[in-house]
Design a protein around this ligand. Structure first.
Ligand code: SF4
Length: 227
Protein backbone atom coordinates (compact mmCIF):
# COMPACT_ATOMS: atom_id res chain seq x y z
CA UNK A 1 0.00 0.00 0.00
CA UNK A 2 1.86 3.08 -1.21
CA UNK A 3 0.40 6.53 -1.17
CA UNK A 4 1.42 10.07 -1.94
CA UNK A 5 1.33 12.49 0.95
CA UNK A 6 -0.11 15.93 0.72
CA UNK A 7 2.30 17.47 3.20
CA UNK A 8 4.30 20.45 1.97
CA UNK A 9 6.90 20.98 4.70
CA UNK A 10 10.42 19.72 4.01
CA UNK A 11 11.05 16.28 5.44
CA UNK A 12 12.88 15.94 8.73
CA UNK A 13 16.21 14.19 8.89
CA UNK A 14 16.17 10.60 10.14
CA UNK A 15 16.08 10.41 13.94
CA UNK A 16 18.12 7.56 15.50
CA UNK A 17 15.05 6.59 17.56
CA UNK A 18 13.48 5.40 14.26
CA UNK A 19 16.32 2.96 13.51
CA UNK A 20 14.45 -0.19 14.56
CA UNK A 21 10.97 0.91 13.54
CA UNK A 22 8.77 -0.10 10.65
CA UNK A 23 10.02 1.82 7.59
CA UNK A 24 6.59 3.23 6.87
CA UNK A 25 6.41 4.62 10.42
CA UNK A 26 9.86 6.17 10.03
CA UNK A 27 8.85 7.92 6.82
CA UNK A 28 5.61 9.17 8.36
CA UNK A 29 7.70 10.69 11.13
CA UNK A 30 10.07 12.34 8.66
CA UNK A 31 7.06 13.76 6.82
CA UNK A 32 5.62 15.06 10.12
CA UNK A 33 2.44 12.97 10.14
CA UNK A 34 0.49 13.41 13.38
CA UNK A 35 0.38 10.77 16.08
CA UNK A 36 -2.65 9.47 17.94
CA UNK A 37 -1.56 9.61 21.58
CA UNK A 38 -3.99 8.59 24.32
CA UNK A 39 -3.73 10.03 27.87
CA UNK A 40 -1.89 6.93 29.14
CA UNK A 41 0.76 7.23 26.40
CA UNK A 42 1.15 10.96 27.02
CA UNK A 43 1.59 10.38 30.75
CA UNK A 44 4.20 7.67 30.03
CA UNK A 45 6.08 10.08 27.74
CA UNK A 46 6.13 12.83 30.37
CA UNK A 47 7.24 10.40 33.04
CA UNK A 48 9.90 9.01 30.71
CA UNK A 49 11.26 12.53 30.09
CA UNK A 50 11.36 13.26 33.81
CA UNK A 51 13.24 10.03 34.53
CA UNK A 52 15.55 10.71 31.64
CA UNK A 53 16.63 14.06 33.13
CA UNK A 54 16.96 12.43 36.54
CA UNK A 55 19.21 9.73 35.13
CA UNK A 56 21.45 12.31 33.47
CA UNK A 57 21.69 14.29 36.73
CA UNK A 58 22.67 11.12 38.60
CA UNK A 59 25.29 10.28 36.02
CA UNK A 60 26.82 13.76 36.17
CA UNK A 61 27.09 13.51 39.95
CA UNK A 62 28.38 9.95 40.13
CA UNK A 63 31.02 9.55 37.44
CA UNK A 64 33.19 11.54 35.07
CA UNK A 65 31.48 11.91 31.74
CA UNK A 66 32.55 13.01 28.29
CA UNK A 67 29.22 14.45 27.16
CA UNK A 68 25.53 14.63 28.04
CA UNK A 69 23.09 14.93 25.13
CA UNK A 70 25.89 14.66 22.61
CA UNK A 71 24.77 15.86 19.21
CA UNK A 72 25.15 13.34 16.39
CA UNK A 73 24.82 14.30 12.74
CA UNK A 74 25.59 12.42 9.53
CA UNK A 75 25.30 14.60 6.43
CA UNK A 76 25.29 11.84 3.81
CA UNK A 77 22.67 9.69 5.53
CA UNK A 78 20.78 12.76 6.78
CA UNK A 79 20.71 11.48 10.35
CA UNK A 80 20.39 13.89 13.25
CA UNK A 81 19.94 13.22 16.95
CA UNK A 82 21.48 13.21 20.41
CA UNK A 83 23.15 10.50 22.43
CA UNK A 84 21.93 10.50 26.04
CA UNK A 85 25.45 10.35 27.46
CA UNK A 86 29.00 9.44 26.53
CA UNK A 87 31.46 8.18 29.15
CA UNK A 88 34.95 6.76 29.01
CA UNK A 89 35.36 3.19 30.30
CA UNK A 90 38.87 1.76 30.59
CA UNK A 91 40.03 4.14 27.88
CA UNK A 92 37.13 3.41 25.48
CA UNK A 93 34.32 5.80 24.66
CA UNK A 94 30.94 4.35 25.52
CA UNK A 95 27.56 5.61 24.30
CA UNK A 96 24.72 5.30 26.81
CA UNK A 97 21.07 5.07 25.84
CA UNK A 98 18.50 5.31 28.66
CA UNK A 99 14.95 4.00 28.19
CA UNK A 100 11.93 3.63 30.45
CA UNK A 101 9.19 1.03 30.07
CA UNK A 102 6.13 -0.11 32.03
CA UNK A 103 6.21 -3.09 34.37
CA UNK A 104 4.77 -5.54 31.84
CA UNK A 105 7.35 -4.61 29.20
CA UNK A 106 10.13 -4.73 31.79
CA UNK A 107 9.18 -8.30 32.71
CA UNK A 108 9.09 -9.24 29.02
CA UNK A 109 12.56 -7.77 28.51
CA UNK A 110 13.80 -9.79 31.49
CA UNK A 111 12.67 -12.97 29.74
CA UNK A 112 13.33 -12.18 26.08
CA UNK A 113 16.10 -9.58 26.14
CA UNK A 114 16.04 -5.89 25.19
CA UNK A 115 13.61 -4.50 22.63
CA UNK A 116 14.75 -4.44 19.03
CA UNK A 117 14.02 -0.70 18.68
CA UNK A 118 16.22 0.14 21.68
CA UNK A 119 19.12 -2.01 20.47
CA UNK A 120 18.88 -0.64 16.93
CA UNK A 121 19.09 2.95 18.17
CA UNK A 122 22.20 2.23 20.21
CA UNK A 123 23.73 0.21 17.35
CA UNK A 124 23.24 3.21 15.07
CA UNK A 125 25.17 5.41 17.50
CA UNK A 126 28.06 2.95 17.43
CA UNK A 127 27.91 2.70 13.65
CA UNK A 128 28.05 6.46 13.12
CA UNK A 129 30.48 7.47 15.87
CA UNK A 130 32.98 4.60 15.79
CA UNK A 131 32.65 4.17 19.57
CA UNK A 132 33.59 0.63 20.56
CA UNK A 133 31.05 0.12 23.37
CA UNK A 134 27.37 0.90 23.92
CA UNK A 135 25.32 0.58 27.10
CA UNK A 136 21.54 0.31 27.08
CA UNK A 137 19.90 1.04 30.44
CA UNK A 138 16.23 0.10 30.76
CA UNK A 139 14.27 1.36 33.76
CA UNK A 140 10.91 0.10 35.04
CA UNK A 141 8.68 3.17 35.52
CA UNK A 142 6.63 1.33 38.12
CA UNK A 143 9.37 -0.03 40.41
CA UNK A 144 12.54 1.98 39.52
CA UNK A 145 14.41 -1.29 38.75
CA UNK A 146 17.05 -1.06 36.04
CA UNK A 147 18.73 -3.50 33.69
CA UNK A 148 21.92 -2.83 31.76
CA UNK A 149 22.95 -4.38 28.45
CA UNK A 150 26.27 -3.83 26.69
CA UNK A 151 26.93 -4.02 22.96
CA UNK A 152 29.87 -3.89 20.60
CA UNK A 153 29.62 -2.58 17.03
CA UNK A 154 28.24 -5.15 14.59
CA UNK A 155 29.31 -4.55 10.96
CA UNK A 156 26.45 -6.55 9.36
CA UNK A 157 23.83 -4.85 11.45
CA UNK A 158 25.43 -1.48 10.78
CA UNK A 159 25.18 -2.15 7.05
CA UNK A 160 21.52 -3.08 7.44
CA UNK A 161 20.85 0.15 9.34
CA UNK A 162 22.48 2.20 6.59
CA UNK A 163 20.33 0.49 3.94
CA UNK A 164 17.18 1.18 5.92
CA UNK A 165 18.01 4.83 6.51
CA UNK A 166 18.84 5.34 2.84
CA UNK A 167 15.49 3.78 1.89
CA UNK A 168 13.58 5.90 4.41
CA UNK A 169 15.26 9.09 3.24
CA UNK A 170 14.60 8.29 -0.42
CA UNK A 171 10.91 7.69 0.35
CA UNK A 172 10.64 10.84 2.43
CA UNK A 173 12.27 12.99 -0.25
CA UNK A 174 9.91 11.47 -2.86
CA UNK A 175 7.02 12.00 -0.40
CA UNK A 176 5.91 8.43 -0.86
CA UNK A 177 5.09 6.04 1.96
CA UNK A 178 6.73 2.59 1.87
CA UNK A 179 4.74 -0.62 2.14
CA UNK A 180 3.48 -1.59 5.57
CA UNK A 181 5.70 -3.90 7.63
CA UNK A 182 2.89 -5.51 9.59
CA UNK A 183 3.76 -7.11 12.90
CA UNK A 184 2.63 -7.28 16.50
CA UNK A 185 4.11 -3.79 16.84
CA UNK A 186 1.16 -2.38 14.84
CA UNK A 187 -1.00 -2.90 17.92
CA UNK A 188 0.92 -0.20 19.80
CA UNK A 189 1.66 2.01 16.80
CA UNK A 190 0.43 5.58 17.28
CA UNK A 191 -0.04 6.02 13.52
CA UNK A 192 -1.91 2.77 12.82
CA UNK A 193 -4.93 4.61 11.41
CA UNK A 194 -2.73 5.48 8.41
CA UNK A 195 -2.40 1.77 7.65
CA UNK A 196 -5.73 0.14 8.52
CA UNK A 197 -9.33 1.25 8.25
CA UNK A 198 -10.55 -0.39 11.47
CA UNK A 199 -9.12 -1.98 14.61
CA UNK A 200 -10.68 -5.28 13.54
CA UNK A 201 -8.88 -5.17 10.20
CA UNK A 202 -5.61 -4.29 11.95
CA UNK A 203 -5.93 -7.09 14.50
CA UNK A 204 -6.80 -9.66 11.84
CA UNK A 205 -3.78 -8.68 9.73
CA UNK A 206 -1.53 -8.81 12.80
CA UNK A 207 -2.85 -12.29 13.60
CA UNK A 208 -1.99 -13.34 10.04
CA UNK A 209 1.47 -11.78 10.23
CA UNK A 210 2.71 -11.21 13.79
CA UNK A 211 6.47 -11.26 13.16
CA UNK A 212 8.44 -8.18 12.15
CA UNK A 213 10.00 -8.95 8.77
CA UNK A 214 11.72 -5.80 7.59
CA UNK A 215 12.89 -5.22 4.05
CA UNK A 216 15.76 -5.87 3.53
CA UNK A 217 15.93 -8.69 6.06
CA UNK A 218 18.70 -8.67 8.62
CA UNK A 219 20.73 -11.69 9.65
CA UNK A 220 20.60 -11.20 13.42
CA UNK A 221 20.28 -8.59 16.11
CA UNK A 222 23.51 -7.58 17.88
CA UNK A 223 24.01 -9.76 20.96
CA UNK A 224 24.43 -8.22 24.40
CA UNK A 225 27.92 -8.76 25.80
CA UNK A 226 29.22 -8.76 29.35
CA UNK A 227 31.52 -5.88 30.05
S1 SF4 B 1 0.61 0.39 11.87
FE1 SF4 B 1 2.20 -1.11 11.52
S2 SF4 B 1 2.68 -0.99 9.36
FE2 SF4 B 1 1.60 0.87 9.92
S3 SF4 B 1 3.20 2.36 10.43
FE3 SF4 B 1 2.55 1.40 12.31
S4 SF4 B 1 3.99 -0.29 12.60
FE4 SF4 B 1 4.12 0.33 10.44
Amino acid sequence: MSSKTGHKQPSRWFSPSLAGMCLRYAVMDMLRFGRSLDPVSLQAMHEGSRRHRQFQQELMQQQPYVAIEQSIRHEELRVSGRIDAVVRVEGELQAIEFKTVNGERFAQIGQMGPLFAHVAQLALYLELTGYRLGCLIVENRETDERREYYFRPDADFGHWLRQRIAAATASALARRLPEREISLGCRWCDRWQRCFTTEEQRDQMIADHPLFEPNPAFMSMPAAVSR
